[in-house]
Design a protein around this ligand. Structure first.
Ligand code: PGA
Ligand code: ZN
Length: 443
C-alpha cells in the first residue's frame, strides 16, 4: 500500500474569479521520484466573499491602488511560492492533517494574517486533490472514505439581494431546496425549471431579469413578502407544490444591515420603496421571520441576526429553533472556537462551512465534525466570488453534509459545482443516497 507520497512542487499564480477580481490558484505536484509512482499535478482555486464576516481568517490583498483597484493577490501568491512551499515540500501528501498543521505553523498567526488564508487554502486543497489523483480515487472518496455516498440537497439562490446585487431587496439570498425530490438529479431538474419559470414571470411583470453575483435574479421589489410570493408563483407555474417538493431557505446576511451606532437593523431597499425609513431591532427581526414562516414554506434562515449578538441568537434559537434550521455563517465563520461558543449557548442549530473562512481543509472538516457531534447540521457553501473549481462539491459528499449552497443554476462558476455533483451521482449509481434533511428535525 502506498504510505508515502511526497509533495514535490508547489506553485501559485494570480488568476481571475467570477467577479473579475484576482484570486490565488495553486498547483501541487506529488509523488515524483517514488519507485512505481508517476508525478501527479493537481490545481485548486480560492473563492472570495463580499458580505465577509468580521471574524473570518484574513484574505491577503496587495492594496496597490493602481492595480486591480488594490485587490491583487501577488503577495499571497509569493507566500505560497516561498514559505508555504518550503513548509510542505518533501512532506507526505497522504497526511492532510499534518500538511495543514504545517501551513498553520508557517503562517504563525491566529487568523492567517501573515501568509493569508487565500494562500494557505490554495495549498491545502491542491495537495488533497493531488493525493486523490495519485491514489486514483475520486476526491470525495479520498476525503470521506469508502462509505461516502450521500448527495447534498442544493440550496439554490434564485433571487439575489443585499451586497450581491444593486436592487432594493435587502435580505441577501432567497433559495429553493428540492428537499422532497426523489434524487439529486431530479432536484437539479426541478430547481432549474423553477428558475426558468421565475424568469418568465419576472418578464411578464416587466421586472428586471438581470442576475446578481450568485446567478439569481435581482429585480427591484418592495420587501421579502413580494420576493416569496414570486418564488411560490414560479414553483407552482413549474408544476410543483411549495412545501412538498420544494421548500425555501433565506440568508438574511443581517450583519450587513446592522447599524452599530443605533443598535438596530436598517432596511435600505424597503425604505426606498416605501418612502420611509424601515428599522427593526433584534426582537422585531425575530417577529418578522416568524411572520414570514407562518405564511411561506421556509425551513432555514441563515444569519438572521448579526455576528456579535450572541444573546439575540440565543433568543432566536429558543423561539424558532424547534421549527426551522438556523444557520450561523458570519456568526461562526467555520471557526471551531466560535462554533463551540454557539453550542454552549444553544445559539443556532447549523453551521455554514466556507473553506476560505478558516484557510485549511482540515480545520473546515473539523468544524463539520464538531457540529455533527453536537447535533448541529452543516451546510457546505460557495462564496459570492467563485471560480470554476468545484472542490466543495466533493467536500459536501465527503462529509455527508446533506446540504450545499452554491447559487442559482446559472453562470458556469455556479454550475461547475452542480455538474460535479451530477458526475458524483453517476459515479455512485444506485448507491447514491439523497434524503430530505428536514424530515427528522433535530433541535
Ligand atoms: P459572501 O456571501 O460569499 O459574499 O460572504 C455568501 C453568504 O453570505 O453566505
Ligand atoms: Zn451567509
Amino acid at each position: 500500500m502506498l504510505r508515502y507520497l511526497p509533495v514535490r512542487r508547489i506553485h501559485a499564480r494570480q488568476v481571475l474569479d467570477s467577479r473579475g477580481n484576482p484570486t490565488v490558484e495553486v498547483e501541487a505536484t506529488v509523488g515524483e521520484g517514488i519507485v512505481g509512482i508517476d508525478g501527479y499535478t493537481a490545481r485548486a482555486m480560492v473563492p472570495s466573499g463580499a458580505s465577509t464576516g468580521k471574524f473570518e481568517a484574513v484574505e491577503l490583498r496587495d492594496g496597490e491602488k493602481d492595480k486591480y483597484l488594490g485587490l491583487g493577490v501577488k503577495k499571497a501568491v509569493a507566500n505560497v511560492n516561498t514559505k508555504l512551499a518550503e513548509a510542505v515540500l518533501g512532506e507526505n501528501a497522504l497526511n492532510q492533517s499534518y500538511i495543514d498543521h504545517l501551513l498553520i505553523q508557517a503562517d504563525g498567526t491566529d487568523n492567517k494574517s501573515s501568509a493569508g488564508a487565500n494562500a494557505t487554502l490554495g495549498v491545502s486543497m491542491a495537495v488533497a486533490r493531488a493525493a486523490a489523483m495519485a491514489l486514483r480515487i475520486p476526491l470525495y472518496q479520498y476525503l470521506g472514505g469508502c462509505h461516502t455516498r450521500k448527495l447534498p440537497v442544493p440550496m439554490m439562490n434564485i433571487l439575489n439581494g443585499g451586497k450581491h446585487a444593486d436592487n432594493t431587496v435587502d435580505l441577501q439570498e432567497f433559495m429553493i431546496m428540492p428537499a422532497g425530490a426523489g434524487s439529486f438529479e431530479d432536484g437539479i431538474r426541478i430547481c432549474t425549471e423553477i428558475y426558468h419559470f421565475l424568469k418568465i414571470i419576472l418578464k411578464e411583470k416587466k421586472l428586471s431579469t438581470a442576475v446578481g453575483d450568485e446567478g439569481g435574479f435581482a429585480p427591484d421589489l418592495a420587501d421579502s413578502k413580494d420576493v416569496l410570493e414570486l418564488i411560490v408563483m414560479a414553483v407552482e407555474r413549474a408544476g410543483y407544490e411549495a412545501g412538498k417538493e420544494i421548500v425555501i431557505a433565506i440568508d438574511a446576511a443581517a450583519s450587513e444591515l446592522y447599524d452599530e451606532e443605533r443598535g438596530v437593523y436598517y432596511f435600505p431597499g424597503e425604505s426606498q420603496m416605501k418612502g420611509e425609513d424601515v428599522f427593526r431591532d433584534s426582537r422585531e427581526m425575530i417577529d418578522y421571520y416568524e411572520e414570514l414562516l407562518e405564511k411561506y414554506p421556509i425551513v432555514s434562515i441563515e444569519d438572521g441576526l448579526e455576528e456579535d449578538d450572541w444573546e439575540g441568537w440565543k433568543i432566536m434559537t429558543e423561539r424558532l429553533g424547534g421549527r426551522i434550521q438556523l444557520v450561523g455563517d458570519d456568526l461562526f465563520v467555520t471557526n471551531k472556537k466560535r462554533l463551540g461558543c454557539g453550542i454552549r449557548l444553544n445559539a443556532a442549530n447549523a453551521i455554514l462551512v466556507k473553506v476560505n473562512q478558516i484557510g485549511t481543509l482540515s480545520e473546515a472538516m473539523e468544524a463539520v465534525e464538531m457540529a455533527q457531534h453536537a447535533g448541529y447540521r452543516a451546510v457546505i457553501s460557495h462564496r459570492s466570488g467563485e471560480t470554476e473549481d468545484a472542490f466543495i462539491s466533493d467536500l459536501a459528499v465527503a462529509v455527508g453534509a446533506g446540504q450545499i449552497k452554491t447559487g442559482a443554476p446559472c453562470r458556469s462558476d455556479r454550475n461547475a459545482k452542480y455538474n460535479q455533483l451530477l458526475r458524483i451521482c453517476e459515479n455512485l449509481g444506485d448507491l447514491a443516497v439523497y434524503e430530505n434533511p428536514f424530515e427528522n428535525p433535530r433541535k
